[in-house]
Design a protein around this ligand. Structure first.
Ligand SMILES: [Zn+2]
Length: 212
């Protein structure tokens, strides 16, 4: 009888990339206090995710743990982020997803409280997304209702994505952004682009509101 294969170890390069992303995001004001959570896929059955309650600007190698794609802990004595099931949903849904980054910026928080979806149209930076070669396009970022029942929230996101929508990212109302990529670097670029675009949208909507 073959023994059940042990989950892969977390590659040091992956934790280093997530630690660096956390520092950058904290400097930019996108992960205040212990907000946000990050993960990287290990293989077809497991991922490494930040442990619960850690400050994302001050992460160390010990602030990550392995869980399976159902969110069950594979490392004893550690508790994963409360939102682990949202990461699991993305890895299950998208075989290409290799890293998932979640931020709580002021722009995404404010915009998601006001709108059911954020329409990003005509921006040069939209070319960062796969399959987009021109600014002359529209990306809709859906907003899901916030829910402390993360399993229920993950089911709602999954049902939405099964219809082919939200291919790039989504927001949770009054809460923040989920973005992903094939690598930590690609996911980080997408977060940087989206947070920039949300800030632009916020400024533009404020200008419109003041009649400028
Ligand atoms: Zn969150």
């Amino acid at each position: 009888m073959s023994k059940k294969a042990a989950p892969p170890k977390i590659p040091p390069a992956a934790t280093a990339a997530l630690i660096a992303a956390g520092r950058l995001f904290h400097q930019r004001g996108w992960v205040p206090a212990t907000a946000g959570n990050f993960s990287v896929r290990l293989d077809g059955k497991s991922l490494a995710v930040t442990t619960s309650g850690r400050h994302k600007g001050e992460l160390t190698e010990t602030d990550f743990m392995r869980v399976d794609l159902q969110g069950r802990a594979l490392d004893a004595g550690k508790r994963s982020s409360a939102e682990t099931l949202l990461h699991c949903q993305l890895y299950r849904h998208s075989p290409q997803a290799g890293a998932v980054l979640h931020t709580h910026s002021p722009a995404s928080t404010v915009l998601s409280r006001k709108h059911d979806s954020i329409r990003l149209a005509g921006y040069e930076l939209l070319k960062i997304f796969e399959g987009i070669q021109t600014h002359d396009t529209v990306v809709e970022v859906p907003v899901f209702e916030n829910d402390q029942d993360i399993a229920r929230l993950a089911r709602g996101v999954d049902a939405h994505m099964r219809t082919g929508r939200a291919p790039h990212a989504y927001l949770i109302r009054g809460h923040g952004l989920y973005a992903w990529g094939r690598t930590v670097e690609e996911a980080r670029h997408r977060v940087e682009a989206l947070e920039f675009l949300f800030e632009c949208e916020l400024h533009e909507r404020l200008l419109k509101a003041t009649g400028d």
